[in-house]
Design a protein around this ligand. Structure first.
Ligand SMILES: NC(=O)c1ccc[n+]([C@@H]2O[C@H](COP(=O)([O-])OP(=O)(O)OC[C@H]3O[C@@H](n4cnc5c(N)ncnc54)[C@H](OP(=O)(O)O)[C@@H]3O)[C@@H](O)[C@H]2O)c1
Length: 259
């Protein structure tokens, strides 16, 4: 299917690896010019080369921390009029909520709530003025199905989700949509590190823990980042103009509820 976004411009935050990278790759394959970023140069440049080698849209890589005002300034200076914005940042560390102080909470809220809100604030009116915009926030299945050791993530992402729900309907009249894409367990560095810490907490060895863990997922396997990227690209497509303010699970059937 041609997603009808050839020639559009996309900022994909936190995208040298994992879900951000897969989203940038899927968009570039559709002919979208992508601006990618990460804090560490080496992996970022490797990813930029991979995206360029795959053909499609142009890629520009910026060493930038999306959780800082300066990092977001850099992104928007490089791509001042994005048609597509994929918000993403590293996830907060797991742990016991009894150990988290005010700074831990401020860091999580800054990375996984405020950074996305600030990017939306700075991009939305331009998109509505130009009559096209697609915003996808990468959140987590934890929004619907909290994981006890990921309390910082559960809390900060729930805040972003509530905020997005309040603003995501009005812009649809201007062909601008805002949706959240909720990964369950998609095979990235981050996923393997979360599984490892869960295994340690449960006292099981890695292999036994993985087997028992994946048996709880309908698909009986972790997701492939390319599957995630493809769904992200679809949400950015012309065809997805009538999908907004949604929380779309990408979890292979992990979440057990009806809604
Ligand atoms: N994978 C899953 O199954 C899953 C499930 C639920 C939620 N999530 C959430 O989805 C997000 C992405 O996860 P992932 O699995 O793709 O993680 P990942 O494989 O660890 O990749 C994270 C990417 O983000 C970049 N990054 C991190 N912090 C950044 C910052 N402050 N500014 C700019 N770039 C930054 C990293 O590069 P640098 O380190 O060089 O900056 C890297 O490119 C995380 O918030 C994670 O918690 C993932």
């Amino acid at each position: 299917m041609d997603l009808g976004i050839n020639g559009k411009k996309a900022i994909v935050c936190a995208s040298s690896k994992g879900l951000g990278k897969a989203s940038a790759m899927a968009l570039a394959r559709e002919g979208v010019d992508v601006w990618i970023c990460a804090r560490h140069r080496e992996a970022l440049e490797r990813t930029a080369d991979e995206i360029a080698a795959a053909g499609g849209g142009k890629v520009q890589a910026l060493v930038a921390d999306v959780t800082t005002g300066q990092g977001r300034d850099q992104l928007l200076a490089a791509c001042p009029e994005p048609d597509i914005l994929v918000n993403n940042a590293g996830g907060p560390p797991p742990g016991d909520f009894r150990d988290w102080d005010q700074q831990d909470w401020f860091d999580a809220i800054n990375a996984n709530m405020f950074s996305a809100i600030d990017m939306i604030r700075r991009c939305l009116d331009g998109m509505t003025g130009r009559g096209f915009g697609r915003i996808v926030n990468i959140t987590s299945v934890a929004v619907k199905m909290p994981v006890s050791v990921l309390g910082l993530s559960n809390g900060a992402r729930a805040g972003l989700t509530g905020f997005v729900s309040g603003i995501a309907r009005e812009p649809a009249q201007h062909n601008v949509t805002i949706n959240n894409l909720l990964p369950g367990y998609v095979a990235t560095d981050r996923m393997w590190s979360v599984l490892e810490s869960n295994a340690q907490a449960s006292g099981l060895d890695q292999a036994a823990h993985r087997e028992s863990f994946f048996s709880k997922i309908g698909a009986r396997r972790p997701g492939d980042p390319d599957e995630f990227g493809a769904v992200c690209a679809f949400l950015c497509s012309q065809q997805a103009a009538y999908i907004t303010a949604q929380n779309i699970l990408m979890d292979g059937g992990l979440y057990p509820g009806t809604f």
